[in-house]
Design a protein around this ligand. Sequence first.
Ligand code: PLP
Length: 427
Amino acid sequence: MRIDSATRDQLQEWEKELSTHYQRICQHELSLDITRGKPAADQLHQSDGLDGILNGDYRAADGTDTRNYGGRNGGGLEGLLCARELGADILQVPTEEVLAGGNSSLTLMYHAVLTGYLFGFAGNKPWRELQSPKFLCPVPGYDRHFSICEQLGIGMVNVPMTETGPDMDAIEEEIKKDQGIIGIWCVPKFSNPTGVTYSQETVVRLAQLAQIANPGFRIFWDNAYAIHDLEQQINLPGIRAASLENDTADSVLQFASTSKVTHAGAGVAFVSASTANLASLKKQMHAMTIGPDKVNQLRHSRFFAEFTLLKKHMQKHAQILKPKFACVLSQLESAFGDSDLGEWEKPKGGYFVSFNTRPGCATAVVQLAADAGVKLTPAGATFPYGKDPEDRNIRIAPSFPPLEELDTAMSVFILCVKLASVRKKLE
Ligand code: PLP
């Protein structure tokens, strides 16, 4: 189906056929959901071994009794040494630069933004003292990053994503003309939602931004999908090495968690940064908490006693996820491979497939799908303030539903894309 070369008669004919098909589907009273990127039950089962793993032995290798406040080497705010080692393996950074926190990397990101906003990092001016502090937001992106900025009244500037990461020319231009830019959100590997992994050139240019930006500028490097490869492992170029080479190490804050490794929302989260940044972060957190849940940290450290165990564990996730991604991609390819109805990336890992409809169709697609019993992420959710200027992007999350349900949901999605596109063209 190619809409741009169709005659009006053809379009009207298609609209009639598609509407009839759609009405029939609506009678099936489906109730399917491909909204959030949650692990499926069989993925969660892979971590059942966490339960009871301590077996009465609550002491970490360094002697810390994880049931109590504090750690052997101080207050324990930076987490157990063995948990920090796990975070260091995931983020490929030195253990001394890692703080192992509670259950959520998003919480750590929120605290990091608060630290920059209220107090400033590493002796820099707090962002709240600037006239108009703003974050650069590669779009489409992760809605919850944008919510943090929105809640704190930090402005957001859209930057387009490309196949190699965010558009670096656009970023450099924005920073040069506006010293109010004090941060950027990055999901550098299997980006949420496009699935893109940043190239070497992108990583190096990002690491160089601090040379032209406000001294308080920070890169929020949310490596949520650092080890979530579906096929062979893709190496993300290291931002730490690039920033050290460019003398900009203080501009980088890296995050990760085991939310999509063990238990979503009940794992361990990590932040990695320079000594000066970690000191600022710990100062803020010190007033808020005595320390993280070390019992859970120890459970995770025992479960992944070696990095190879973690890698094997992630391969099991990949085996479960692969057929689901294949289902989504093959349905899209056979429906739209030779059409002008949409574009999408073919991710090699992560949790999402990002689909762009023709301009002005995404809201209608989501509504049509909802009325047919298939819940999709709201159109616009992948943009700051929920506003997709072209109304095109829809994030598909294949992980949670069973394969048969996903297959049905995708058939409905495809029908809705066709119907919304034809109707839009007829307007
Ligand atoms: N960052 C990204 C890019 C995500 O996609 C998600 C979850 O979907 C998170 C962070 C949340 O991670 P956590 O559960 O560690 O807060």
